[in-house]
Structures are given as C-alpha cells and as structure tokens.
Design a protein around this ligand. Structure first.
Ligand code: KIV
Length: 264
C-alpha cells in the first residue's frame, strides 16, 4: 500500500472539524506499535521527535537527527493502512531556511510513505514554502520542546495574544492542523474557535478538535512520574515486569520450556 491509498487523507482529517467529529492521534516509532494503533481506527499517528526521550533515552528532543526520524518514520509508514501519518521535523532541520526545510521535508515524504510533517513554532515562510511544494504541514504551538532552553523549562503557555496571532498565522500560511501543547483549557478552546483548521490538544483541555498522547504514557510503560495531562489507560509496565519475572523464575527452576514448547 502506498501513502496515497490510506483511508485518512489530509482533506478528510481537516474536514473532521467542520463535521464536528473529534480526532484521535497517538505517537508511534516502530512497525509493531504502529500496526496495533492503526487497527483501532484512530485517525492520526505521529512519529514524534519524542522518540529521543521515549526510545533513545535522551534528556530532551534536541539531539534526534533527520536520519533517525526517517529511520523510525519508514517503519511506521510501512505498517499503517488507515491513519494519517505525520512526522516531526527534528531540531535544526527547518529553522535554518526555507530551501533546507523543503529539501529535508521532501526526504521525509520520499523515503517514508508518511503524508505530512510537523513543525514547532513561528515559521510562516517555511510553512508557506513547504505547502507550495505540496508538503502538508501540521503546526505546533504552546509548549515547544525544541525551544526548551529559550522557554526555560516545560511550562504551560499562557500568552493569549501571541498564541492567537501565531495560530492564525499558521492557518494563513497553509497549515492543515495545529497541535496545542500545555495551553490552558479555556485559551485552547478560544484558539480552536478562532481557526478553521483542527486543533489537536495535549494538555490543552477538552475544547480542542482532537487529542494526542505519547503512547508509552497512555500504556503505563513510561518510567517515573508522567506529566499531569497524561491519563494512563493501562499499566503495561507492571504487567511486563511480572511476566519477565515469571519467565526468569521458570528458566531458573527448570519449568520452562516444557515438552509443549520443544520439538520431537
Ligand atoms: O514529539 C511528540 O511526541 C509530540 C507530541 C507530544 C505532540 O510532539
């Protein structure tokens, strides 16, 4: 299957707002998880640069490279039949000029079977150039993890005037959707009403047109404390620990493998 055969296209995704249908998105970084998520019928899968922290064990999203994003996006792109697949452009793959941004986003679409890219922040010209080249853009405002040093930490974004103006600008530049991360619920609802493209919230309340979570957070496999906006729908971390401990004990006491798991 090619990316153009997928059931959720950019127009369908964007049109869900006008139809009053909520949009569900989750992150995926590999083929197995992407297939599982896709089979549930969610509308969008993001190959997030959160791969840096969730998979690579890095302290923030800044170190992940374009080649690494393409490596993960290619696995996800090959797995997905239904959902729209969006790939994060990593730090410094689009901030250094429109020419480089188009070349890098073009590599993502050419090499991964994914349909769109996501950019963090205030970059009208880059969005416009990508859209002109036929590359769909999802914008990302509020807390922008790639600007963590400038923002001084992972904080809720309460700057109403800037958020309203930035999101309007992203819409004018041709973005098809906007992620709002860690924005007060009332402000996110105001932004949502002010733009005609869908807003996808994470820590931005129920007034957004859709929601996204990091899948590992939702499944309860993220070690340590999870952010306030996360709801754990399962405790797969504990289930994994229990299963592995039973396996370890059975290997040690000789009760695994039995005849059932052996060949004659
Ligand atoms: O990288 C990511 O996972 C994201 C989501 C949190 C929106 O950008």
């Amino acid at each position: 299957m090619s990316s153009s055969d997928r059931q959720i296209t950019i127009p369908k995704f964007a049109g869900m707002k006008a139809a009053g249908q909520k949009i569900t998105m989750l992150t995926a970084y590999d083929h197995t998880m992407a297939s599982l998520l896709d089979s549930t019928g969610i509308e969008g899968i993001l190959v997030g640069d959160s791969v840096a922290t969730v998979v690579q064990g890095r302290p923030n999203t800044l170190p992940v490279t374009l080649d690494e994003m393409i490596y993960h996006a290619e696995m996800v792109g090959r797995a997905v039949r239904h959902a729209l697949v969006v790939v994060d452009m990593p730090f410094l793959s689009y901030q250094t000029g429109t020419h480089q941004a188009v070349a890098n986003a073009g590599r993502i679409l050419k090499q991964t079977q994914c349909q769109a890219v996501k950019l963090e922040g205030d970059i009208y010209q880059v969005t416009e150039a990508l859209v002109a080249a036929g590359i769909p853009v999802m914008a990302h405002y509020g807390l922008r993890p790639q600007s963590i040093h400038q923002l001084g930490g992972y904080r809720v974004d309460r700057d109403r005037e800037r958020l309203l103006s930035d999101t309007k600008t992203a819409e004018e530049a041709g973005a098809f959707a906007i992620v709002l991360e860690c924005v007060p619920a009332e402000l996110a609802a105001e932004v949502t009403a002010a733009v005609s493209i869908p807003t996808i919230g994470i820590g931005a309340g129920a007034g957004c047109d859709g929601q996204i979570l990091v899948t590992q957070d939702l499944l309860g496999v993220t070690p340590g404390r999870v952010p306030r906006h996360v709801k754990k729908y399962a405790e797969l971390g504990n289930i994994t620990l229990e299963a592995v401990a039973r396996y370890r004990d059975e290997v040690r006491d000789g009760s695994f493998p039995t005849k059932e798991q052996s060949f004659d």
